[in-house]
Design a binder for this molecule. Structure first.
Ligand SMILES: Nc1ncnc2c1ncn2[C@@H]1O[C@H](COP(=O)(O)OP(=O)(O)O)[C@@H](O)[C@H]1O
Ligand SMILES: [Mg+2]
Length: 283
């Protein structure tokens, strides 16, 4: 290997720390608290029920996340993002992830319509709606069986219990399928303090991205984010924000992962991912 290829070659990632459906996390050799997030070409929906490989997807998703995270950082938000380090990867502070999916909605789409069949698709929420879902796997939470994965959480901040609801059924005709003591979900009672913070950061991120999309002629209607804490215990917007994390309309048509969820042709799916990566280049 000559000197040129040595400088051009990506830094070899260290040990594999975790692997999910769409990415691998590596410890970064020579760094105590940085990780490399490497996007895979896998696309999944319905909690893995649908699965395909799209050769360009990892690079398009990574480009989108890097564009979004740079825009959020520039707006002053605390984001787990250092720099893009290759076509399919970026470097971030390694985080202890919180088990929540925090969803902000400007319009009623997707699972919201299942929970509120009385609301019309596209109904606009003048005040952003924020929902917390518990991230679960295999319909199980710490040994307790669940009726559904990623249930909607209902709680009073600081309260003694957290109610879990089926996210795909009308709220009016259901009672919580499980009520957990808050201590079964939170690491400590102190964790309640970060809920208002997560709410605030999720809303601010939504507004920054809503305006960025407006400038590109798109309409951001909802957004899912995840949080983590870094080595110093700081709350950060973490994981990724890519075309799987939101719904965006262009001329009334979804240009996000919805087309894949709805069974669209993979060629149309990848065209949307490419369009979104290109448009976010201008954020
Ligand atoms: N900055 C980070 N530090 C540490 N782990 C992270 C970070 N960002 C994301 N992760 C974790 O990476 C793992 C893989 O992500 P993903 O492929 O999306 O998995 P999943 O299928 O669980 O959604 C997840 O467990 C996620 O919580
Ligand atoms: Mg994920």
């Amino acid at each position: 290997m000559n000197a040129n290829t040595a400088t051009a070659a990506p830094r070899p990632p260290g040990a594999l720390l975790a692997e999910g459906k769409t990415k691998r996390i590596y410890r970064l050799a020579g760094s105590a608290d940085l990780v490399a997030l490497v996007a895979k070409d896998d696309i999944t929906a319905g909690d893995g029920a649908k699965h395909d490989i799209i050769p360009e997807k990892g690079a398009l998703a990574n480009r989108t996340t890097c564009n979004v995270f740079r825009a959020l950082k520039a707006a002053g938000l605390p984001v787990a993002f250092e720099r893009q380090d290759g076509p399919t990867s970026f470097i971030a502070p390694g985080c202890t992830m919180l088990p929540y999916e925090v969803v902000t909605r400007r319009q009623a789409h997707g699972s919201y319509l299942k929970r509120h069949p009385e609301i019309a698709k596209g109904h606009v929420f003048a005040k952003l709606l924020v929902e917390f879902y518990l991230k679960t796997k295999d319909k199980n939470w710490k040994g307790k069986p669940l009726l559904a994965d990623d249930p909607l959480m209902e709680f009073v901040e600081g309260g003694a219990e957290i109610k879990l609801l089926n996210p795909a059924k009308p709220l009016l005709s259901q009672t919580p399928f499980l009520v957990l003591p808050a201590s079964d979900v939170l690491c400590s009672n102190d964790e309640w303090k970060i809920f208002p913070e997560m709410r605030r950061i999720a809303c601010e991120a939504f507004v920054v991205l809503e305006q960025a999309w407006q400038r590109q002629g798109g309409t951001l209607v909802d957004l899912k984010v995840e949080f983590g804490t870094d080595a110093k215990g700081r709350l950060l917007l973490a994981d990724v924000i890519d075309n799987d994390s939101w719904r965006v309309l262009e001329d009334g048509v979804y240009i996000d992962k919805q087309v894949y969820r709805d069974g669209g042709a993979l060629n149309d799916v990848v065209a949307n991912y490419r369009r979104v990566a290109d448009l976010t280049d201008r954020f």
